[in-house]
Design a protein around this ligand. Structure first.
Ligand code: NAD
Ligand code: UDP
Length: 344
């Protein structure tokens, strides 16, 4: 038998957040690839609470079980450890295809794998959608616009991407993923949705994500220098994760097949953003420093969201400051938890 000191007591009951009751007619079976990631796990929460059956698929490259562990054991929820580069078969009504590293250090870590995930992974999900007649939504990105010469960016802009630069594995991967979606729609009648997601932040971003929001918040909380890459005049527009999730669900349930920008048009320079975040962390003594600029870093980015308003009646609701305060609280708790060796 197992020695007493090694035996871990198994919980006999687990309490779940209460979910809406739905009958067979309105309850959907939904596959979410990348479901253990930052955005995916928030999408899992919203669709679970709304009473749907969810299969979250993830290879745990950047995602974590912790993000969805509160649903493990729930009869409507299933977690599948799988890599989308390999085919996967399941009966579902809808597929939210989010599996892909998203932060620059993560997608540059293994560029070949990033391209495989976005091409082969998307083909596999489209093949599945074709077979089971599911609707598939692609989490595309504002990076398809590259370093844009048109500002703000409407969906009709074709973009300005360097095919051989360090970001190409991600940008071109997503561009071909969009082309695959359209080809399967035209040729095989697969029902498609394409969300061009702009910079998004919120709780459950990975601590080592490397994106600007998590970096600046963690630096401000730890009184370390806030690192601006380049002179800080480049701009971004940030949306809070719950707004994005609402937009993805609205798009999925519309009947609109062309790409739709999902983002918050409130634009700031990265220099301003450093000050905004430091000011929201009371007592932070972080200095703001400039580091070397990053190759091919887009110099300006702001979504034109008129199409989302017209076609799916969506617009962001959360003020950047409110979202930032929630995210700061999340990272404060994560840093404390890490200090205790990961214990809750
Ligand atoms: P994330 O890294 O937290 O989540 C991505 C998830 O996909 C992770 O759980 C990861 O483990 C999983 N994954 C990666 N490769 C996989 C593979 N081969 N097989 C199975 N699972 C795999 O990132 P996120 O911010 O939640 O991004 C989700 C999606 O949204 C991505 O497709 C990303 O390109 C897109 N997007 C995000 C943003 C943003 O600002 N967060 C902006 C534009 C687009
Ligand atoms: N950035 C920065 N300091 C950091 C991380 C990022 O100045 O510690 C800058 C980065 O160069 C870019 C912007 O912030 O101009 C947004 O970067 P992020 O990686 O969050 O997303 P991107 O929009 O570039 O994919």
């Amino acid at each position: 038998g197992i020695p007493d000191e090694m035996a871990v007591p198994l919980p006999t009951t687990k309490s779940f957040p209460s979910v809406r009751y739905r009958n067979e007619e309105t309850r959907k079976r939904v596959l979410i690839t990348g479901g253990a990631g930052f955005v995916g796990s928030h999408l899992v929460d919203k669709l679970m609470l709304d009473g749907h059956e969810i299969i979250a698929l993830d290879n745990y490259f950047t995602g974590r079980k912790k993000n969805i562990e509160h649903w493990i054991g729930h009869p409507n929820f299933e977690m599948v450890h799988h890599d989308v580069v390999n085919p996967y078969f399941v009966e579902v009504d809808q597929i939210y295809h989010l599996a892909s590293p998203a932060s620059p250090p993560h997608y540059m870590y293994n560029p070949v794998k990033t391209i495989k995930t976005n091409t082969l992974g998307t083909i596999n999900m489209l093949g599945l959608a074709k077979r089971v007649k599911a609707t598939v939504l692609l989490a595309s990105t504002s990076e398809v616009y590259g370093d844009p010469e048109v500002h703000p960016q409407p969906e009709t802009y074709w973009g300005h991407v360097n095919t051989i630069g360090p970001r190409a594995c991600y940008d071109e991967g997503k561009r071909v993923a969009e082309s695959l979606m359209v080809a399967y729609n035209k040729q095989e009648n697969v029902k498609i949705r394409i969300a061009r997601i702009f910079n998004t932040f919120g709780p459950r971003m990975h601590m080592n994500d490397g994106r600007v929001v998590s970096n600046f918040i963690i630096q401000a909380l730890q009184d370390k220098p806030i690192t601006i890459y380049g002179n800080g005049t480049q701009t971004r527009s940030f949306q809070y994760v719950t707004d994005l999730v609402d937009g993805l669900i609205a798009l999925m349930n519309s009947n609109y097949s062309l790409p739709v920008n999902i983002g918050n048009p409130e634009e700031h320079t990265i220099g301003e953003f450093a000050t905004i975040i430091r000011d929201l962390v009371p007592g932070s003594t972080s200095e703001i420093v400039n580091q070397e600029s990053q190759q091919d870093d887009p110099q300006q980015r702001r979504p034109d969201i008129r199409r989302a308003a017209e076609q799916i009646q969506w617009r962001p609701q959360v003020l950047m400051k409110d979202g930032l305060l929630k995210t700061i609280e999340y990272f404060r708790a994560e840093i404390d938890r890490n200090k205790r060796g990961g214990k809750p």
